[in-house]
Ligand binder design. Structure first.
Ligand SMILES: [Zn+2]
Length: 330
């Protein structure tokens, strides 16, 4: 009996891996393996993509990578007793000692424009098996030169890291759309000597050289026809979400408004280490996800489990995440 089960498991595993990996064994992926099964999966397989229709638009989500992070409670629920965080994880069938964080830039193809929302971690993270957007674009049938607009939810490294490639713009035909308040904060010399100094330097390297081709927008302004920005601050001072609508179908691209599908959504008030203004971030989480729940629309959360798209319903003191399945396919 034991033997039968293990043979079955081996056969199934071998078949599955063969299907995914055989046509595209790539030494760079193989070499890039680091510790942790998630990273090994990044390293051993081509980037995952997920494509769906939204009205007359096509949305393609690309997995730039994922990593395994120790101690969920030191990132989420930092103002809670550790056992309170552990209990919520356990109740949701999740381990208490580590969590998986994934990165999901996405392309909205309107037929007129090809808009890339956020750019992943970029070249600096490739040796850790991440920064795979470039390969994901190729897998999705896009070349970097086809991107007409790059829109940024905010200017943390995992969102702007892919803007440059070898010191030159990665998307050479694109114009850019970014938040005025976000750029003003990070590009300001006043960040020198503060905890935001590294972010400031990265913005000077990756965003400032593109400023002449960038439209800096405010609350309620369009990215392109059908995509509108809304401020949802707190994670960063100018963090924005993008409301996408085509033929009555809607998707809210929520960026880093909520970054864990259980800890941030079920407990939106819990403090999060990476939220720069914690009270403001909690208020934004509730404003944004109240709208997602009330209007029963889909959302794409950059760090949600791939493909990072789902719905929410109100639940206890927050929201229950309902991952998308075939809603867009039929
Ligand atoms: Zn992020």
């Amino acid at each position: 009996m034991t033997n039968l089960i293990s043979i079955d498991r081996r056969t199934v595993l071998a078949a599955g891996l063969g299907l995914l990996a055989a046509p595209i064994i790539n030494t760079r992926y193989a070499m890039a393996a680091t510790s942790g099964t998630e990273n090994q999966m990044n390293a051993a397989t081509p980037p995952q993509i997920n494509r769906f229709k939204l009205g007359s638009f096509t949305v393609t989500v690309v997995k730039d990578g994922s990593d395994v992070i120790e101690k969920p409670g030191s990132t989420f629920g930092t103002n809670q007793a550790p056992e309170t965080v552990d209990q919520l994880l356990s109740a949701n069938f999740l381990p208490a000692d580590k969590f998986v964080n994934s990165y999901s830039p996405a392309i909205v193809d309107t037929g007129t424009d090809v808009i890339l929302v956020d750019t992943g971690l970029g070249a600096a993270s490739r040796e850790r098996g991440m920064g795979l957007l470039k390969d994901g674009l190729a897998a999705a049938g896009y070349t970097p030169d086809q991107i007409t607009v790059v829109a940024l939810t905010h200017m943390h490294g995992d969102h702007i890291g892919g803007l440059m490639e070898d010191g030159a713009p990665a998307f050479k035909n694109a114009r850019y759309v970014a938040g005025q308040a976000e750029y003003d904060f990070w590009s300001d010399k006043a960040r020198e000597g503060t905890p935001a100094e590294n972010g400031h330097k990265l913005v000077l390297r990756n965003v400032a050289p593109l400023a002449e081709k960038t439209t800096f927008i405010k609350e309620g302004e369009p990215v392109v026809s059908g995509i509108t920005a809304m401020l949802a601050t707190g994670h960063t001072p100018g963090h924005m979400v993008f409301h996408v609508e085509s033929d009555g179908k809607r998707l809210l691209m929520t960026g880093d408004t909520a970054n864990h599908y259980i800890l941030s959504l079920q407990r939106p008030d819990w403090e999060v280490r990476f939220d720069m203004d914690k009270a403001d971030a909690a208020a934004s989480r509730k404003k944004v996800f109240d709208m997602v729940a009330t209007d029963r629309i889909a959302f794409l959360g950059y760090h949600m489990p791939f493909p990072a798209v789902g719905f929410v319903e109100r639940y206890e003191t927050g929201y229950r995440f309902v991952p998308k399945t075939y809603q867009f396919d039929i």
